[in-house]
Design a binder for this molecule. Structure first.
Ligand SMILES: [Zn+2]
Length: 568
């Protein structure tokens, strides 16, 4: 490819809308352009990277027993009504109507479509297991599309669905995908960690996310430097409170104190000169419309996902001020657990509190010296809080660290969550009808490209790993007007192509500085600079983008040197 013809409009300025490094460089290096919020057009360089990632994904899926299909983007509402998700999916789903006013959606995911496909053709256990995948656009109407392709409304995903006869078979499919994912991300040059995750709207019990750690990732991850355990904070279980976390045991009786206008943890701590961990927050929720009081220590953050799981409700809302006043008899900020007639659920650390301050259920009053065990009757105690840095690792007990990360893939065991409502069954060897046991496995292809940039870039631009780089090398004659430089460059360009090295020849009549800046921004792994000084010795400069090391190499040898590095 000649640079003069390459459609790669680079930008010198950082686009104002781009917060993340990957987003900035995808725009600046001319890999993509925004069409509308959360929707992007991929330009030639960006699409070449995308195709390289897709090919790696495809090779590893095929090795792991996957067969590629292409499923419809336009999906009828009826299938989603069968699974119950037409109502559950909410505003994230793009819904459309045809000319006869029939409902459709643009596929946010494909469990329904593929389950319906398989149920119509699979009859016998002899046809199992089946592992089908596709690489295709997905649609999600994000409230706030941001971070470029990381949270877009249209994005490219690989999704594979496995159908097995039983749990044991599903375990094998899951393991095959888990191993394939590790290999895919390794080949893309990513340091991706499998972490325990929450299954969210997709459902199922066992699930892992593959996270790429980087300073600007969108998710928070806790990880253990001692044993390697890692989990999304949304999912990470908290260890039971250790002895030092249990608040002072003491026997003073309950005491009501006047605390005018001190309705927040900060205000009450200042007023009474105590620490947040000596307070208990009482938060009133409506679980499927029924009020419940939730008790968490003042220095802890409630994890609503854990709470919802524990309450086993489909709708969980924080109660409005009127409900709080009705239930507690006091203004918001002064709710407390003593004397409530609604069920109280406490986080395990809150349940261990023996000398705490709580709201008194009377505006402008708190109660102190509360021992939860002595003074309250709890409906339930559970792990309800968000894990945080310094907490004990659930695997080994050492202190956890936190980091930012970007999720690039996720694997789920679905069980019969979709096959049962959609009646996807098979006959076992005894002629008995059974539901298919399913798994689903996604990789965000466009996200993976962004994650590669997050881990492989510096102040000057991208530094692609060879495996996914749009081209392997750029040849830059210092002056393309110079006959000798031009001739050497054109010969070298031909030689490299014959050797299977993907080369770009910068044939523009630009200043060398401009050409070098573009080369660094676009991120070619190697640059060959042809200048008068080295040419006098029949040599060229070979520069490695990642390390910026410069070598003088004989012109005759540079092709084989590059060929060897690219294929090793
Ligand atoms: Zn650990």
């Amino acid at each position: 490819m000649k640079m003069s013809q390459l459609y790669a409009p680079t930008l010198r300025e950082v686009p104002a809308e781009a917060e993340l490094r990957s987003h900035q460089f995808m725009l600046r290096a001319g890999l993509m352009r925004k069409s509308t919020a959360g929707v992007y057009a991929y330009l030639p360089l960006g699409y070449r990277v995308m195709q390289k990632v897709m090919n790696i994904v495809r090779e590893e899926m095929n090795k792991a027993g996957g067969q590629e299909v292409l499923l419809p983007i336009l999906q009828p509402a009826e299938l989603w009504q069968e699974s119950g998700r037409w109502a559950d999916y909410g505003d994230e789903m793009f819904r459309v109507k045809d000319r006869n006013k029939r409902d459709f959606c643009l596929g946010p995911t494909h469990e329904e479509i593929i389950t319906a496909l398989v149920r119509s053709d699979v009859r016998s256990y002899k046809q199992l297991p089946i592992r089908l995948y596709q690489i295709q656009n997905k649609y999600r109407d994000e409230i706030r599309p941001r971070f470029g392709v990381i949270r877009g409304r249209e994005f490219i995903m690989k999704d594979l669905y496995s159908f097995d006869r039983d749990e044991a078979g599903c375990d094998l499919s899951y393991q095959a995908m888990y191993d394939a994912y590790k290999e895919i991300f390794r080949r893309c040059g990513l340091d991706a960690r499998p972490v325990e995750a929450d299954s969210g709207a997709i459902g199922g019990d066992t699930t892992h996310e593959f996270m790429v750690l980087s300073d600007s990732g969108e998710a928070l991850v806790v990880h253990c430097p001692a044993c390697g355990y890692a989990a999304n904070v949304e999912k990470a279980p908290c260890a039971e409170p250790a002895a030092q976390d249990v608040l002072d045991t003491q026997t003073a009786g309950l005491e009501k104190v006047h605390t005018p206008d001190a309705g927040t943890i900060d205000e009450i701590c200042t007023f009474l000169d105590i620490e947040p961990q000596q307070c208990l927050k009482t938060v009133i929720y409506l679980a499927d419309g029924k009020p419940v009081a939730v008790l968490v220590r003042g220095d802890h953050t409630l994890n609503e996902l854990k709470l919802q799981k524990e309450l086993d409700c489909s709708e969980l809302l924080i109660a409005d001020a009127r409900t709080v006043e009705e239930v507690t008899g006091a203004a918001v900020g002064f709710a407390g657990p003593i004397g409530l007639s609604i069920p109280i659920i406490a986080d395990q650390a809150a349940a261990a509190a023996a000398d705490a301050v709580v709201g008194a259920n009377q505006t402008d009053y708190h109660t102190r010296h509360v021992s939860v065990q002595r003074d309250l009757s709890l409906w339930k105690t559970a792990d309800l809080r968000q894990c945080r840095e310094g907490d004990a690792c659930p695997a080994c007990g050492q202190a956890l660290d936190t980091a930012r990360g970007t999720e690039v893939g996720q694997v789920f065991k679905l069980g019969t969550k979709y096959s049962e409502p959609l009646k996807a069954t098979f006959l076992d060897e005894n002629g008995k009808e059974r539901s298919l046991v399913m798994g689903c496995y996604g990789i965000g292809v466009s996200r993976t490209v962004a994650a590669v940039i997050e881990q492989h870039s510096d102040a000057d631009g991208i530094s692609w790993p060879i495996s996914v780089s749009p081209y392997h090398v750029v040849i830059v004659p210092v002056s393309f007007k110079d006959d000798q430089q031009r001739q050497t460059a054109e010969e070298l360009y031909q030689t490299l192509q014959n050797l299977g090295v993907e080369a770009v020849l910068d044939d523009r009549l630009e200043r060398p500085g401009v050409k070098f800046k573009d080369a660094d921004l676009i991120g070619f792994p190697y640059r060959i600079t042809i200048g008068p000084k080295s040419l006098a010795e029949n040599k060229v400069e070979l520069i490695e983008r990642g390390t910026k090391t410069v070598e003088l190499v004989d012109i005759a040898a540079v092709g084989s040197v590059l060929q060897e590095r690219i294929h090793s």
